[in-house]
Design a protein. Sequence first.
Length: 507
Amino acid sequence: MTSTLQPASTIEAVKRPGRWLALCVLVFAVLLVAVDATVLGLATPYISEDLEPTGTQLLWIGDVYSFVIAGLLVSMGSLGDRIGRKRILLVGATAFGAVSVLNAYAFTPELLILARALLGVAGATLMPATLALIRNLFHDPRERSLAIGIWGATASAGTAVGPITGGFLLEHFWWGSVFLINLPVMAVLVLVGIRLLPESRNPNPGPWDMRSVVLSLVGMIGVVYAVKEAATHGLTWETLAAALLGAAALYGFVHRQLTLPIPLLDMRLFRNRGLSAAVLADLLTILGMSGLVFFLSQYLQLVQGRRPLEAGLAELPAAVGAVAAGLIAGRAARRFSVRAVVSGGLAAIGLALAALTVIDESTGYPILGAALLVVGVGAGFSFTVTADVILSSVPKEQAGAASAVSETAYELGAALGIALLGSIVTSVYRGFPAPTGTPTQAHESLGGAMEVAAGMPTDAAHAMLSAAREAFVDGLAIAAGAGAAVLLATATAAWFLLRNERLDSRP
């Protein structure tokens, strides 16, 4: 029997029985979110044909999920610290499954937008809770590094499983089936999680400040919306108003956290240079990568003519590399150094993106596959180690809030990357030369050009599509170059900001 006089550090070092089985439950949640984040892109053409949304509605169908998640991650992470991470994970997972059914059977664009927003609310509970539970399940630093590696590897695998599974379902069933794949995963997570997951919470949480929740939600949605709209339609009064509202709300959020006796998010955590550097590295890395990831599936399908399933399989090397690197990242960081592994991983991604600046319509798959493999390896090393640094930098009572900050950096980086790098692709693409009388729809997107070509004479359609594909690839190459510059600059910054940062090796 353990003595009550035993030091707390010794008690914490005791390895919890069943922790690896509990980890298996947590990775189901990670897999679910990762799959859902990638599967919608393939289904968009089918949704457009069936529900006939306007261009604005289609953008909201794609964006509202990430808007809501970005706005609620910090609030939900903090809520989990207060009411229990197991409780919020299981409630969120149940809601995620139920709302997935609403998504699958939405019969109007408006209903689908609402369902996607509700899915974002449920999704915001899952990722912070999984990382926070890992922080509380694994007290041994080496085991925790491996657990985080498995967590990150599962997320990477999910980004590959999503397009592959989605491609298979879309070739055999209707578009709603891509949402119904959530149900069996949710059922396993909830039923097994009830028995295996331990409950953990902050013993002195303080109240859940609703004013802070609203400020966080309004601030993040306002900023992300403004960036996306400015990149798509240019700077308008509406975009400027959203940006000012978002910035004011975020300023109010930060100010309120500094004045509350027990804040929703302790801003003093950012005084830790390792945590701040890791969060910044994650944000800039996702920013630099997301533009390529977003447009690559279009390149594979609309430029190279691959079917959805084939395009999904073509992106598999990135996931394979990320899984392999994630599993050994913690060991590598202890043998060499945190900054060497993170900076090296980011530099590898940057060089792979730089190699993609020479792609054209006929680029062979060996070049694409090799570049994607290097991107995956670099991401596996860097993201796994930065997640470990973030979790190790805070008391375990605040693990949910810290995890939410990390996930918010991902969401914000993705929004900024797609908006900024996407604007490069779009601006280059829109200027392609087309035969006189070509509808403006052809200049909006490559998918629009494909639809327009179906109603044009054969020779004119061939000439128009050839010019459109060439312009799209030119834009993609320039965006890859911009992403490479961001990644290489981030790698350099990480080398200096993460100096003397080490992962704890003590049992």
